[in-house]
Design a protein around this ligand. Structure first.
Ligand code: E4P
Length: 229
């Protein structure tokens, strides 16, 4: 399973790239705003350079499907690793599958985003999306079981031999990462604040402290034996 970082914060991305666990980056306009990226082009180009050849998702900022196409074509020129995020429907509920399909046929990699149901994922996959982003937290907001959606989509993708990969986003806590991983996500995109919580553990710290204490005692005893000899 791959891990993407759901962030536009360069320092955080750099930090976790250094830990060797980041396979890509996802952003959306809210993340860009939160992380102080006001110039999407400059910000996207910076992120693309930062992550090398790893995929970097940048979302269109319009409701209009014709403009989505135009924006996506421009975004795609910003870096060879750009993935354009297209919502499966716009805010009026108009299908954006034709946008996904057109871009895919032009060779632009698409991350079909804001997916909240099995059927949306199915249709986005059929339309050719490289990635289908299931928003686990928002699925749960609606009282639905995101693990079940992820599991079903994964099984369906495998059964029918599609190449689309499931990105699980909208992670609201570390348990969401575990649930998504076990349900069959190909990728989980994790906001950076959860990564320290995933690695740290109070009892691991105590265990390491015990080993370090005992190693120090052992070294002291070895030294005393050496001096007595
Ligand atoms: C990632 O691709 C999504 O845009 C992001 O995880 C959405 O998260 P949210 O539901 O917390 O806004």
């Amino acid at each position: 399973m791959k891990i993407f970082i759901d962030s536009a914060d360069q320092r955080e991305i750099q930090r976790w790239l250094g830990e060797g666990i980041i396979d890509g980056v996802t952003t959306n306009p809210s993340i860009m705003l939160k992380d102080g990226v006001y110039d999407i082009e400059a910000g996207a180009k910076r992120l693309c350079r930062l992550v090398g050849d790893r995929p970097c998702s940048i979302e269109v900022t319009t409701n209009d499907r014709k403009q989505m196409l135009e924006q996506a074509r421009v975004f795609a020129r910003w870096g060879s690793n750009i993935i354009v995020k297209i919502p499966v429907v716009n805010e009026c509920g108009d299908s954006c599958l034709s946008v996904i399909n057109t871009l895919t046929s032009e060779g632009v990699a698409v991350n079909a985003t804001a997916i909240l149901s099995f059927n949306q994922a199915l249709l986005a996959t059929k339309a050719g999306a490289t990635y289908v982003s299931i928003f686990a937290g928002r699925v749960a907001d609606e009282g639905n079981d995101s693990s079940q959606v992820i599991r079903n989509v994964r099984r369906w993708i495998e059964d029918w031999g599609y190449a689309s990969e499931i990105i699980v986003g909208s992670v609201r806590g570390v348990i969401d990462v575990q649930n998504a991983a076990l349900a069959g996500a190909h990728i989980v995109t994790i906001p950076p604040q959860f990564l320290p919580k995933m690695i740290d553990h109070k009892y691991t710290r105590e265990t390491v402290a015990q080993f370090v204490r005992d190693a120090e005692k052992a070294l002291k005893e070895i030294e005393e034996v050496r001096l007595r000899a």
